[in-house]
Design a protein around this ligand. Structure first.
Ligand code: COA
Length: 167
């Protein structure tokens, strides 16, 4: 199930983040410092959701984790609206599944929950971007009705832009 980070997740968060050590480029959707305490991480995520303390150029965002039997298996970050930069790459939603939990439908389930959250936020059309080479990511998007808008290189890497109608 999707859940907000809570103090009770201290150990589970450490295990989750350790899964990305050495593969930090695969961790999308969680932007607190690797070494932030659970108290700081919980406070930071809550503040960013309310639009407080946002780093320059950021928009308010909601961060949710996929919790499975006490473990944190994935993270998904929902941007409440687009900025010019997010329109170019990133879109409304970014997500990652911990390596040990991949290939079991976690990303597909998380994106379904995140789209429901988008609806609550008044986002009726979500933009998502994925590397063309990241088949698992764009299949997740297509599973939820993503319509390919364009495909072209961004910073030299082939990229796909999708819209998902939510309303
Ligand atoms: C991309 C990622 C989120 C997929 O997570 P996941 O939980 O393994 O995905 P799911 O199990 O829900 O599978 C989603 C789809 O991808 C397919 N898939 C899963 N692993 C795959 C693989 N290695 N190669 C090809 N397709 C794959 C599944 O069959 C499914 O497609 P379907 O709906 O047509 O059956 C995960 O690999 C990851 O975290 N990667 C690093 C970060 C990243 O790339 N994030 C996305 C960019 S924002």
């Amino acid at each position: 199930m999707l859940t907000r980070l809570d103090l009770r997740h201290a150990d589970a968060l450490e295990v989750f983040l350790a899964g990305f050590d050495g593969r930090e480029d695969e961790l999308h959707g969680y932007f607190c410092d690797r070494d932030a305490s659970i108290e700081r991480a919980v406070a930071e995520l809550a503040a960013w959701e309310s639009g407080d303390g946002l780093p320059d150029g950021w928009v308010p965002c909601t961060t949710l984790f996929w919790e499975d039997d006490g473990a944190l298996a994935g993270v998904i970050n929902i941007r409440h609206h687009l900025s010019p930069q997010l329109e170019q790459v990133g879109g409304h939603i970014g997500y990652s599944v911990a390596p040990d939990h991949r290939g079991r439908g976690v990303a597909t389930s998380m994106l379904g929950g995140a789209l429901a959250e988008c609806q609550r936020l008044g986002v009726d059309r979500a933009l998502l971007t994925a590397d063309t080479g990241n088949v698992a990511s764009w299949r997740t998007i297509e599973h939820h009705g993503g319509v390919l808008l364009k495909e072209e290189p961004h910073d030299g890497i082939p990229q796909r832009w999708y819209w998902i109608d939510i309303g």
